[in-house]
Design a protein around this ligand. Sequence first.
Ligand code: AMP
Length: 331
Amino acid sequence: MFHPMHLLLFYTLYYLCLKKNMRLLTVGSVAFDAIETPFGKTDKIIGGAGTFIALSSSFFNRDQRIVAVVGDDFPTDMIETLKSKGVDTEGLQIRKGEKTFFWSGRYHNDMNSRETLVTELNVLGDFDPIIPSSYQGTPYLMLGNLSPQVQSTVIERLNVRPKLIAMDTMNFWMDIAMDDLSKTMSMVDLLIINDEEARQLSKEYSLVKAAKAIRAMGPKYLIIKKGEHGALLFHGEKVFFAPALPLEDVFDPTGAGDTFAGGFMGYIAATDDTSFENMKRAIIAGSALASFCVEKFGTERLLEITREDVDARIEQFVALTDFNMGHHSSI
Ligand code: AMP
């Protein structure tokens, strides 16, 4: 027999399922980029840390949310593309009559050094990260590269602390907002930065010493990306190293770091497992996605690959470091 309590129970279960599925919240720039590499040059194309993170994460976790801001010059078809990949865009503010953040950069012959040509903050200049009430309770948070003050505001506005809070940052914020950055770092679980940034932040050249100094600033977990030389994960006394796939050509490295972070957090959110062992798998997942990102300009490659392509590349990573020491103990 029907009882109103049944309906209440059904809706409670339905709501809980929905909530469980909505696993990752990303905050980050959604932008226009113009890129110059030794292989060519683009006009304004779509970029932004938040875009790369959300696209990359969608290969593992199709239930995600984004808090970001664009102007009304941002193409609606890209917003539709994000939605089609499971990204809830209620938190994406579209400001009428204003312009989207624009960044332009040039890479030199070795592709390791990059020069910023233009940074036009536009809508990012006074970004107030409003968290829609439907986003409260999201279990995983990825803070893409943004002002550390915006990053800490997001954490403060969440009613429930996520199971894992990860953040990215860059030299720019170390130079102009170190106090804000220290505060934000003390609030997160995982910091994802590159080797150059780790050295600047810690004032240590040795990455092992740098990792110790940075973890004393707050994050229990630290990932140091070393570009074409892979990535290191530090936690307690444990260290894990993941290689990068040796690629014949790196076409455009823009967004590779964000793509790595998106793949990592998408994998963690989808598996709902923050153990060190699972983080190792997530690093390989993030590295596989980053290796695709650099094959074409901007988000182009991430938009054409499939989950099967990603899985096949993960297998290549596994094969890359798979070896058997045989009978060495009898030597
Ligand atoms: P990555 O190559 O991983 O460092 O990220 C490149 C992306 O970061 C580009 O798509 C830019 O739009 C974005 N970006 C560059 N500078 C900033 C900044 N100051 N704040 C937010 N996003 C930025």
